[in-house]
Write a protein that binds this ligand. Structure first.
Ligand SMILES: C[S@@+](CC[C@H](N)C(=O)[O-])C[C@H]1O[C@@H](n2cnc3c(N)ncnc32)[C@H](O)[C@@H]1O
Length: 300
């Protein structure tokens, strides 16, 4: 298993956070600490960094990597619960959404359709419900919805029927490779540029980890956690996530007008600092960066 994870949009994130040496920052998605290391490099003795990750392996790695650095505190928890762990307002928050390369590379975690692993897909292996249990209890309608909405999968119903039938068969679906095969076999037309299970695996991962529900909650918490002038930077990796971040930031920066009530229901609370995409050079070096979008707001 590799411990490498190249931080995406690294310099853009550092610029976006405009780090003050004595500031307090939250890295909501520590991963392997690429962005955290950049924040720490700019913090002085008085600066503080609170690093969240819901994956115990990420936290264990971080505690070892930054052992003896009193400026960083680790929290093993979902970032949506940040208000429970942080009792001061902070100068900046970074969220680099999704899974890390070590999570994808470790077959045992069940995220990969290229290697045999258990049907798990939980980022937090101490909590939640595994993919195997969810698939054993899902209806065709619900699974179709998951694949269509979270994976924008054209053949959602066919795939859902095939998965539910295979799960109910005597052999069941024994591992991630078998699941990828069921998904591939259910598609009448294959995408030329992507593995046939790419979209479905993304959808299932989002479902298992309730990523859209959690994102909605963390945006609310993060906004309330910022000092005036504090910055929130979010990197998303697929259109569904980015749409939610974009719309949320737009409402925060423009105020929200309710069409039904015909009135402004919330005043502007944030200033938009725009969006950034990875350079061609970065996407050549790190294909994972290809779909990344960074959006930034500043608290008024
Ligand atoms: C894309 S990686 C972050 C990589 C990191 N920026 C770096 O430079 O190494 C995402 C990490 O965030 C964690 N994560 C994703 N969603 C989370 C959530 N809701 N709460 C806490 N951690 C989360 C994952 O476990 C993973 O380790």
């Amino acid at each position: 298993m590799s411990d490498n994870h190249a931080p995406v949009l690294f310099q853009e994130c550092m610029d976006a956070l405009a780090i003050r040496p004595d500031g307090v920052y939250i890295d909501g998605t520590f991963g392997r600490g690429g962005h955290s290391a950049g924040i720490l490099a700019q913090l002085g003795e008085q600066g503080r960094l609170i690093a969240f990750d819901q994956d115990t392996q990420a936290i264990a790695y971080g505690q070892q990597r930054f052992e003896g650095d009193a400026r960083i505190r680790f929290v093993h928890a979902n970032f949506a619960r940040m208000a429970e762990y942080v009792d001061t307002l902070v100068d900046g928050i970074l969220l680099d959404l999704g899974v890390s390369s070590p999570q994808l590379d470790n077959a045992e975690r069940g995220f990969s359709f290229m290697q045999s692993g258990p049907l798990d897909m939980r980022m937090d292996t101490q909590n939640g419900v595994t993919l195997a249990t969810k698939l054993a209890n899902v209806s065709v309608d619900e699974l179709t919805h998951v694949l269509k909405v979270y994976g924008e999968e054209k053949f959602a119903r066919r795939i859902a029927v095939a998965i539910v039938e295979a799960m109910a068969s005597e052999r069941g679906i024994v591992d991630t490779l078998a699941l990828a095969q069921v998904i591939a076999d259910a598609q009448p037309v294959k995408d030329k540029y992507k593995h046939p299970a790419t979209r479905a695996f993304q959808a299932l991962r989002i479902w298992v980890n309730d990523e859209m529900g959690v994102l909605r909650n963390v945006l609310d918490s993060a906004v309330n956690q910022l000092k005036p002038g504090g910055r929130l930077a979010v990197i998303s990796f697929h259109s569904l996530e980015d749409r939610m971040v974009k719309q949320y930031f737009r409402d925060l920066s423009r105020g929200r007008y309710d069409d039904a009530l015909r009135q402004v229901v919330s005043e502007p609370r944030m200033k938009s600092l725009g969006k950034r995409f990875p350079s061609l050079e970065e996407t050549e070096q790190n294909p994972r960066a290809r779909s990344a979008i960074l959006r930034v707001v500043e608290s008024l």
